[in-house]
Every structure is written in C-alpha cells, then in structure tokens.
Design a protein around this ligand. Structure first.
Ligand code: KIV
Length: 264
C-alpha cells in the first residue's frame, strides 16, 4: 500500500477502510486483512494507557507503538499521529519527532488541526513524508472545543471546515480525517476538494473512506461509546469470559489435564 495506491482506489470509487493499531499482536492480525492503511493514533493515550485524553501520550510512547505495529504489519501502509504540541515546536524539534516516527516504521504522519501547524506540515512534505490532516473534532484540542462535540453545525462552521480542508489540500496533504462532523459538512468538503482523500469517523458515509479505533470496533472498550461506533466484534467480553473459564479450570483442577502435562 502507498499513497499512490490509495489515490487509485479513490479514483475508482472504491471506499477505503482504515483502522488504528498500537501493538505487534493486533497488527499481525490486522495484517491478514485487506485494510487500506493502519493509523497508529494518539488514541493510544486512552485505549492503551488509560489516560483521560489524547494530549497525554508522550512522543516516546508513540515511537514505541509505531515500531511494534511496523514489526507486526510490515506490508501495510502505516500512518503515525504527531502527538500533541510537536507541530507547534521549532522546525528542528518537529522534524526530529517526525524522523523518529518514520525511522520506527511510519510511512506517513497525521497532524491535527490547521494554523501554525501548516508550516510544520509543509516541512514534512518538503522532506518527502506524506501528510494526512485531521479536522472537525480534533481531540488534541478537546479543551478548547469544550468537549467531544459534533462540529460543523452552522453554515459558518461548515465554511470554516471547507476552508481548512482546501488549505490542507493546497499545502499537499494526501488525505484528511474528518472527525465528528455533520453529513452536510462532509458533503461540502467533499465537493470542494479535487484530489485529497477524505477519511471519516463520525462524518457519515459521503467520505472516501472510514476509520475506526480498533478497540471500539472489536468491542474491547466497555465504556460508553459515541453514536458512530459500530462494534463488529465482542472481543472484550470474549476475553473476560475466557480468563474466567481459565480461573475456574485452575480452581477445579480440570486444568491442566493429563494431555496438557509432560510425560515423565
Ligand atoms: O488517534 C486516533 O485514533 C485518531 C482517529 C480517531 C482518527 O486520530
């Protein structure tokens, strides 16, 4: 997979399916699917480390997650989130972070929001690294946005989103995540763009593709989930059930059986 291949699939009108991953075991399982790209998202902060929000994940942890995923899914196109704050640092600090993520195995990076970070995006592009934008609900700015709120709810807000998407396309981003925007906003953005790939999460079905956080789609999260999440599996419950069965078997001495014991 490559940006070129993603573009070809988009031109053919084929929907793109992306998923997040953070570790080797799950990356290996995802590598056996036809997924179009893997995002090592900073959602790792919440689903892997138990933080309340995404800004809490340090760069070192992201590098570690990228390297683990790259070992598990060496054939897949891997996009790494730039963690909170790094796109606002000096050129050297930002590029140092980008290079570390790329050296760990990322083929592209994702930068949340527009503004000062556009200069950082241009720097990464100049270094030959594909960049994906991320607009709408940008979880790194959750405190400014006043919570995880649906975006693009007025004509003015839609205009702003279209403007941001066009900016990212003009800078040279190959794609952009549209998170939690109303379908009218996604449609307006889609209509305004020429070639930038749109990947939605809570943005309706008009975008070129979709992404879901792996823990959400597998049912690994037991907490409240937003409206857009569909659980395609119940691996969380399956895990609890399996471990409970193991505990019962240990306690009633049905495990290990003679077949599971080395002969003397
Ligand atoms: O961090 C993440 O997982 C993301 C996706 C939700 C798009 O940014």
């Amino acid at each position: 997979m490559s940006v070129r291949r993603l573009r070809i699939r988009r031109r053919r009108g084929e929907k793109l399916a992306m998923v997040t991953a953070y570790d080797w075991s799950f990356a290996r399982l995802i590598a056996q699917t036809d997924v179009d790209a893997i995002l090592v998202g900073d959602s790792a902060a919440m689903v892997m480390h138990g933080f309340a929000d995404t800004p809490s994940v340090p760069l070192d942890a992201m590098i570690y997650h990228v390297a683990s995923v790259a070992r598990g899914a060496p054939e897949k196109f891997i996009i790494a989130d730039i963690p909170f704050g790094w796109a606002h640092r000096s050129r050297d600090s930002f590029m140092d972070a980008v290079m570390k993520l790329v050296s760990a195995g990322a083929h592209a990076i994702k930068v949340e929001g527009t503004g000062i970070q556009n200069e950082s995006i241009a720097l990464a592009l100049d270094a030959g690294i594909p960049v994906m934008g991320h607009i709408g609900l940008t979880p790194q700015h959750v405190h400014r946005l006043g919570g995880h709120r649906v975006q693009g709810k007025s004509e003015g807000a839609i205009e702003t989103l279209v403007h941001e998407a066009k900016q990212l396309e003009d800078i040279g981003c190959f794609g952009c995540v549209l998170e939690c925007v109303i379908p009218a906003a996604a449609q307006a953005i889609q209509a305004a763009l020429e070639s930038m790939i749109t990947i939605g999460i809570g943005a309706g079905s008009e975008t070129d593709g979709q992404i879901l956080v792996m823990h959400d789609l597998l049912g690994l999260n037991q907490e409240h989930q937003p409206r857009f999440v569909r659980r395609f599996g119940e691996i969380g419950q399956a895990t609890t059930d399996a471990v409970s069965s193991y505990i019962d078997a240990v306690r009633d001495v049905s495990y290990p059986s003679p077949e599971e014991t080395y002969a003397s």
